[in-house]
Write a protein that binds this ligand. Structure first.
Ligand SMILES: [Zn+2]
Length: 143
């Protein structure tokens, strides 16, 4: 593959189809944006980034692409209180750390072998489908 002479990071190849969803050029571009910069952007932020490569794309198209990707389980829609939805391509079970100072949102993985039932007194018979945990705080200076 011929690489650009610029110092921009390599553009990841996106397959023509993922999870049964045909990846149109626009969907590929939206997905590429999400996996390229994993900072949980809003639809509007994705739109601003997409315009570099797809100058004619509309915000409505970005919303449609994001919705199709979410519906096919390719990305996750993440909602924080009173905020626009954000989008995350990390499909592993994880929680989000929300830095109060900068607004940055980081993925935090569970330790290997961790089970929720180790720390939660779950009523019998409950099957967990999805976990949505947000940790709020800030980085301390003396790490
Ligand atoms: Zn995430």
């Amino acid at each position: 593959m011929v690489s650009n002479a610029t110092d921009s990071p390599p553009v990841p190849e996106i397959p023509e189809e993922i999870a049964g969803l045909r990846m149109t050029k626009q969907r590929q571009e939206i997905y590429r944006i999400l996996i390229g910069q994993r900072d949980h952007p809003t639809a509007n932020e994705v739109f601003m980034r997409a315009k570099d490569r797809l100058p004619n794309i509309s915000l409505a198209t970005v919303y449609n692409c994001l919705e199709a990707l979410v519906q096919h389980g390719i990305i996750r829609q993440v909602n924080f209180e009173r905020e626009s939805s954000r989008y995350c391509p990390n499909l592993r079970e994880h929680v989000h750390f929300h830095d109060a100072k900068t607004g940055a949102i980081l993925d935090v993985d569970f330790k290997p072998g961790f089970e929720l039932s180790d720390i939660l007194d779950l009523p019998p018979g409950i099957l967990i489908d999805d976990i949505e945990i947000t940790l709020r705080g800030q980085f301390s200076n003396n790490q």
